[in-house]
Design a protein around this ligand. Structure first.
Ligand code: SF4
Ligand code: SF3
Length: 543
């Protein structure tokens, strides 16, 4: 076996990618990612054992979090970027290591490597399978993947100037715990839930950061057709990158379109002032190979998901920034004030044709907690009158597996007196269907990006209050969540921490959940997979 990775929904045979990632990640990148994670665990060990004050670690907190973010599925395929990051983080680790006695530190906190070859050799010994016990490995990886999602959201919030000391400290605590052989499976189950608790905190933090800077998302119609100007496509989740791009393209004659998870940016009041913010082009991340050729203009990746481009023509138009990277594509770094210079992208856009039309029309979104709570009276009334029988949280990620057609069919077959609450790129499976309205409330309410699942939790908690229920599970809300990468893992853990039961997760259960860990999740939380659409709808709609 040359590599082992089972962190995403597409993992080979549902058990693990062992030769090359289904995502396109090669053996070398997989191993360098393993070693980077191991190095971060070493830093965490020093921070925890040395009782270092996390609040005084300054840039290290951000560096650790963006390193975790780099290893999320489809974020970064650049082996050179990982080699450099490992070297940087080892230097950070060794500087911190001087503050504690090396005698009782784990190998992760002291190992040395200098060349690429020595990195790969070390990586082979410290990867996922180095934990022999299947259940301990499963729990350690569940926690680590949750931390990757948490770090991604923390990084976005920090880019906008906000951080939560409790989240920063927890990331070290939990990373260090994954090295501790004395922890039992029960200890690790408890830590998994604590990861969910901090998942709620980090999503609340990012919600606060985004809404305090860009306003509360509001009901918005987004154009999905094209205009005649040259244009740039921006994708990923980072709103600060989008803001900088809009500022720099303003008045240049170059339009900006969103792709994938950047669509919800249109719902924020702050971005509506830009006349060149033209609309959304295309669908979820996995449609890149089909949709990028006809866009014609440059493409800026701010976060996952990158699909390795198949043509040199498209690759030549791709730029990356933040935690993303792709070999051969230009990576844009911020200056010391966080400003990114996108002039090269804008100049390239001016030389290229306008986007080719792939569809026309509009989609409606912007139903984050503030907007839905503004409609609360209407919603509560519709439930009381029986006009709305049930809400379905159909949030999460999209992916290329054929079996995900389930979600389109599920949305189509839901009874007319139900409403879909969505967030994340999973929405593209049904957000262009015309499902109508119930008393002025659209039957698909899109809250935003995957992190805006936080909004769905806030809405549920507010409805619980409005209906004076003791248990969140007594609400007429069912959860049928699609997952793909590790941000969905932190969203799932956050929902479990909030006490949400009977979540259905698909299209397949995570390969990293061992049979025993799955059993715990089934018994304790009623977690389930998906069946056929008809069987599931019948089950969900049963009184
Ligand atoms: Fe396989 Fe997913 Fe890991 Fe890629 S991220 S190597 S597809 S498990
Ligand atoms: Fe999608 Fe990659 Fe997860 Fe933010 S863009 S939800 S998969």
């Amino acid at each position: 076996m040359s590599m082992f990775c089972y962190q995403c929904q597409e993992t080979a045979r549902g058990t693990g990618c062992t030769v090359r990632g289904v995502c396109g990640k090669n053996e070398e990148v997989a191993k360098l990612q393993d070693l980077l994670i191991y190095t971060l665990k070493g830093i965490a060990e020093i921070v925890v054992k040395g009782k270092l004050d996390v609040g005084k670690l300054g840039a290290t907190n951000y560096e650790v979090q963006s390193s975790l973010f780099m290893t999320i599925t489809n974020a970064n395929f650049d082996d050179g970027a990982f080699e450099n990051k490992i070297k940087e983080m080892i230097a950070v680790r060794d500087e911190l290591g001087q503050l504690v006695s090396a005698a009782d530190l784990h190998d992760a906190a002291t190992f040395t490597v200098d060349t690429r070859a020595s990195m790969l050799e070390k990586a082979a010994a410290v990867g996922i399978l180095a934990t022999a016990d299947e259940d301990v490995r499963s729990l350690r990886e569940t926690i680590t993947y949750g931390l990757k999602g948490m770090a991604a959201y923390a990084e976005h919030a920090k880019n906008i100037g906000m951080e939560d000391p409790a989240v920063n400290a927890f990331i070290y605590e939990a990373l260090a715990a994954t090295l501790d052989d004395l922890l039992s499976a029960d200890d690790l189950v408890a830590l998994t839930l604590k990861t969910g608790e901090h998942g709620v905190k980090v999503m609340a933090l990012l919600d606060e950061a985004n809404t305090s800077k860009y306003g509360h998302p509001e009901m918005t119609e987004v154009n999905i057709g094209v205009r005649q100007n040259p244009a740039i496509l921006i994708t990923g989740h980072d709103l600060l990158d989008l803001e900088q791009l809009l500022e720099q393209t303003k008045g240049t004659g170059v339009d900006v379109y969103t792709h994938g998870e950047m669509l919800p940016a249109h719902y924020y009041p702050a971005f509506k002032k830009y006349d060149n913010f033209a609309g959304n082009y295309g669908n979820a991340w996995w449609k890149q190979l089909a949709e990028f050729p006809s866009f014609h203009g440059p493409i800026l990746f701010t976060t996952n998901c990158i699909v390795p481009p198949r043509s040199e023509e498209v690759q030549g138009r791709i730029f990356t920034t933040g935690s993303t990277g792709y070999p051969g594509c230009k990576h844009i770094l911020p200056d010391e004030n966080g400003k990114k210079d996108f002039s090269e992208i804008i100049a390239l856009a001016k030389t290229l044709p306008a986007p080719g039309e792939i569809e026309t029309g509009k989609i409606v979104g912007g139903f984050a907690h503030h907007q839905v709570l503004a409609l609360a009276d209407k919603v509560v009334e519709a439930v009381k009158s029986g006009a709305i029988k049930k809400f379905f949280v159909l949030a999460g990620c999209d992916g290329r597996m054929k079996s995900r057609a389930y979600y389109t069919e599920f949305a189509q077959k839901l009874p007319q007196d139900t409403v879909i609450l969505t967030a994340g790129c999973a929405k593209y499976r049904y957000n262009k269907l015309d499902l109508g309205e119930i008393g002025g409330i659209p039957r698909i309410l899109d809250a935003g990006q995957c992190n805006d699942c936080y909004s769905l939790a806030v809405i549920a908690l507010k409805l619980q209050e409005a209906f004076e229920l003791d248990d969140i599970n007594d609400l007429p809300i069912a959860y049928n969540i699609a997952w793909y990468e590790q941000k969905a893992v932190i969203v799932l853990l956050a929902l479990l921490y909030l006490g949400v039961k009977n979540i259905h997760l698909g299209p397949t259960l995570p390969g990293f959940l061992s049979p025993n860990v799955t059993k715990v999740l089934v018994e304790k939380f009623g977690l389930a997979g998906i069946d056929t659409v008809d069987a599931d709808i019948e089950l969900f709609m049963a009184p």
